[in-house]
Design a protein around this ligand. Structure first.
Ligand SMILES: [Zn+2]
Length: 119
């Protein structure tokens, strides 16, 4: 049981540098909880909040949604990032930022729509 939703707690969203940034966008939380139910597998959030210093350290863009607490990079059990991406693209055809990487999937609740694939 999480302290934010059925399966998620705020500490999972904290910036990895230890600064304490832990904003959680409510729409993002709903999306993650939906993915959790859909796939029936635990989700590891590899990166959610990033302060400016940490974002720079990991090579994030200056307009990264991670800076706003609106983005999460996730691993869904052993599910392929392709399958997670596929689900999100079908569920949200007209909004959100959805990016597939080799080992995780990025989802964010930006205003507007963005799509990308890691090569
Ligand atoms: Zn930080």
């Amino acid at each position: 049981m999480g302290d934010l939703s059925q399966n998620f707690s705020r500490h999972e969203f904290e910036c990895k540098c230890g600064c304490g940034d832990n904003t959680v966008d409510s729409e993002l939380l709903e999306i993650l909880q939906d993915i959790r139910h859909q796939f029936g597998r635990s989700i590891k959030i590899t990166s959610a909040n990033r302060c400016r210093a940490h974002n720079k350290a990991v090579g994030g863009g200056i307009r990264s949604q991670h800076l706003k607490g609106r983005a999460a990079d996730i691993k869904v059990g052993y599910t392929s990032p392709y399958d997670v991406q596929d689900y999100l693209l079908k569920k949200y055809p007209h909004k959100h930022g959805i990016g597939r990487y080799e080992r995780f999937t990025h989802i964010d609740t930006r205003s507007g729509k963005a799509r990308w694939d890691y090569r």
